[in-house]
Design a protein around this ligand. Sequence first.
Ligand code: ADP
Ligand code: MG
Length: 257
Amino acid sequence: MDNDVVLYTKNLKKVYNADSLNAVTALHDINIEVHKGDFLGVMGPSGSGKSTFINMISTMDYPTDGHVYIQGKSVMKMSANEIGRFRYENLGFIFQSFNLLDTHTIYENIALPLTLAKVDPKTIEDRVVTIAKQLNIDMLLNKVPLECSGGQRQRTAIARALINNPGIIVADEPTGALDSENSEELMILFEKLNRENGTTIVMVTHDSYVASFTSRLIFIRDGAISTEISRTGMDQDEYFQKIVAISSAGRSRRKRA
Ligand code: ADP
Ligand code: MG
């Protein structure tokens, strides 16, 4: 195994409601290695298992069978403390549903990971203001989430995930609530973090243009990886055309079925 493997899965399987008649096999037999500095995209139809995959590799949920290895250790064998430390020190997670605290201001929401870690208030203020400016929400810091638009709330969740300077960003449809201009700005920020800081990114998206910013891409279908491509040797437009072709081939196959 290369030293630069950040995480990998081995025969990863997830069955929801395993003990009941409503058992759903969301993932079966996923084997993938994520290397330091990868910008990995995950695409696939709705219900194919993308969120399940992203929740497993980010320790938010446990596999039914098989393993997720993080920093060489199976998540199943990590203590709650070890998992907590891993999340705080390494992981920035952007949820599909934002998960903001409605009774807290935008400032407090963004600052939360640093507040919990008892970072000094001056450092917190500097970091919050810097990241809020980068994401164009610095004028909203005293508002609460319900006073903000969907896109502004999404950018708050992104700021909160980035405030720790995490080595790994895991994002489930991070542009889902953003217009095309803000989506592109977020991808330029991700690309910058990836290239300049070597941040590892795993991102679910259903948008082919957003996906064209990644360096590797897997397509999940019915809980398994159906195709994997890499951008190597292609410019962004060629890569985009290839993504569109694979996505639309999937769609027409479904229509005929
Ligand atoms: P995607 O993110 O690609 O839309 P998901 O990973 O959310 O797909 O879901 C994969 C499958 O697992 C779907 O059939 C979905 O209905 C099912 N599923 C997801 N979460 C749960 C859950 N908590 N309980 C039961 N079934 C679930
Ligand atoms: Mg999903």
